[in-house]
Design a protein around this ligand. Structure first.
Ligand code: TNX
Length: 487
């Protein structure tokens, strides 16, 4: 490969690409009989004057060479991902390239994939694999769901019990949480990432043009925090890290020491993750024990708040102000709209698009991730009885592909607040990497076109044709995928 810029990032990209080409035994750089009609030189060049946007690229394919140009290293990276997808079938199936010029750039800046590592812990190597899957699909935000009732996964030096106690549960329930009879596997489950591992992961992601947005859940989905630090509870009992799926009524108390505790956690989180956004959860906080606790009621009244929704809003607003004072932005699940949205908050709309639409109308940034189209923990095929156990729902490949993150009910001006879309991968029923890959592939390919391509050029039948070479590419990486729609 020939390059005209020797900056460190580009050199790294060259070698990543070359390494890939080598492992694929494509023989791209070696004369290969079957590659006779194909260009053997890839030139990649930074071109500040390029007409494409910051993530776009231009690829000129000639008989003797391919020239990839972009304004940024990011753009070059995406050009190389496209090239991988083009080259693979070319060499494996002896097809030839068509000469021409490609101009390509994404429709949205937030092309997200979420991963819940609380319900099931995934090792560093497994998370790296997830990032590799994302990179090939040009996804650029990794929403890392690091904390939840069933396990805390991030080393926090100020509060060692979060991982000593909060990162491990004694066992896990068998089957689905709606099953009538409840049994357990009797096997302890857990794990966490050290701060050094996190720093390395941030670098690993950066070199694949991926920003990691960490999520620290509050004030609900915190049973594991309360197990480690019972003084933060709203009810007068101790508890343990949750061993079942479904909700819990444990909720952090809203008192100032709890806020200071969370701020210290966020301080450490912010030193590890340079992302503009920090996700603070905010979903499914059952407020029963805020209602029942006289001290919390007194506290609420002293703040002149009308109800528990307003108290949650007040709580999130304190965190919003804190993050803003550190130059970061808060993002949370759409429940943070209830009781009033904090000033700088962005909303992740998961209970349909309602929350996202409301937030965009209020001129707040939005990431669309409606359960109907973006939940990759839902079934992808019917009959469900022939599929591995999943959360529920039915999010077929075609449904994902059909999604448009900009709702028609928004005006042109309001649509600008939609940053993009994201798929969520909750892992109650996803205990292994192979199962994770099965749930994501090829749905991630469909989502990738949703967030990258403009609606005018999307075409499902054409997409289906392109799945077959993509399946081979998945196979060559050693990834698992759902074969039902992708032989
Ligand atoms: C709802 S989506 C949750 C998660 C569950 C998921 C299962 C969201 C913000 N909260 O805690 O894992 O449903 O699909």
């Amino acid at each position: 490969m020939v390059g005209s810029d020797s900056s460190e990032a580009i050199t790294r990209m060259y070698s990543q690409f070359e390494q890939w080409a080598d492992t694929m035994a494509i023989g791209y750089f070696k004369p290969l009989e079957m590659a006779e009609n194909c260009p053997r030189v890839v030139k990649i060049e930074l071109d500040k004057g390029s007409k494409t946007g910051t993530e776009g690229y231009q690829m000129r394919i000639r008989k003797d060479q391919i020239v990839l140009r972009a304004k940024t290293v990011r753009g070059l990276f995406y050009g190389l991902q496209s090239l991988k997808q083009l080259l693979f079938p070319l060499f494996k199936e002896q097809k030839t390239f068509q000469c021409g010029t490609i101009l390509d750039e994404p429709r949205f800046g937030w092309r997200g994939m979420h991963l819940d590592v609380s319900r099931h812990f995934f090792t560093i190597k497994e998370v790296e694999c997830y990032l590799e899957m994302m990179a090939l699909h040009k996804m650029n935000v990794f929403h890392w769901h690091l904390t939840d009732d069933q396990g805390w996964r991030l080393e926090i030096k100020a509060y060692p019990k979060l991982t000593e106690i909060g990162a491990f549960r004694s066992q896990t329930m068998n089957g689905h949480f709606r099953d009538k009879s409840r049994t357990f596997d009797g096997i302890p489950h857990g794990g966490y990432y050290t701060q050094d591992q996190i720093k390395a992961m941030v670098k690993f992601a950066e070199s694949r043009m991926i920003t990691i947005v960490p999520e620290i859940e509050m004030p609900g989905h915190c049973q594991e925090v309360i197990a480690a630090y019972p003084n933060l509870a709203s009810k007068d009992t101790t508890t343990s890290v949750m061993t079942t799926w479904g909700g819990t009524d444990h909720i952090l108390n809203p008192f100032p020491p709890t806020l200071r505790f969370l701020e210290t956690i966020l301080d450490e989180t912010m030193t590890l993750f340079p992302s503009a956004y920090i996700h603070i959860g905010g979903d499914e906080a059952l407020k029963k024990h805020w209602k029942k606790n006289p001290a919390i009621q007194k506290f609420k009244d002293s703040l002149k708040l009308k109800n528990e929704d307003e108290l949650q809003s007040w709580f999130i607003r304190q965190i919003d102000l804190y993050l803003a004072s550190k130059g970061r932005k808060l993002i949370g699940w759409d429940e943070i709209l209830e009781g009033g949205l904090a000033e700088n908050a962005a909303v992740m709309s998961w209970r349909g698009e309602k929350g996202g639409i409301a937030a965009a109308k209020l001129k707040h940034k939005v990431v669309m991730t409606p359960g109907s189209h973006c939940y990759f923990d839902h079934y992808q095929f019917e009959p469900k009885s022939e599929e591995p156990l999943a959360f529920g729902g039915l999010t077929t490949l075609e449904k994902v592909y059909s999604y448009d993150p900009q709702p028609k009910s928004l005006s042109g001006e309001q649509k600008k607040y939609i940053l993009g879309a994201q798929a969520n991968l909750w892992t109650e029923y996803i205990p292994t990497l192979r199962q994770l890959q099965y749930m994501c592939l090829p749905r991630m390919a469909a989502l990738s076109e949703v967030v990258w391509s403009t609606p005018e050029i999307k075409n499902y039948s054409d997409f289906k044709i392109r799945l077959s070479p993509l399946a081979k590419l998945y196979g060559s990486q050693g990834w698992n995928w759902c074969r039902k729609e992708m032989k």
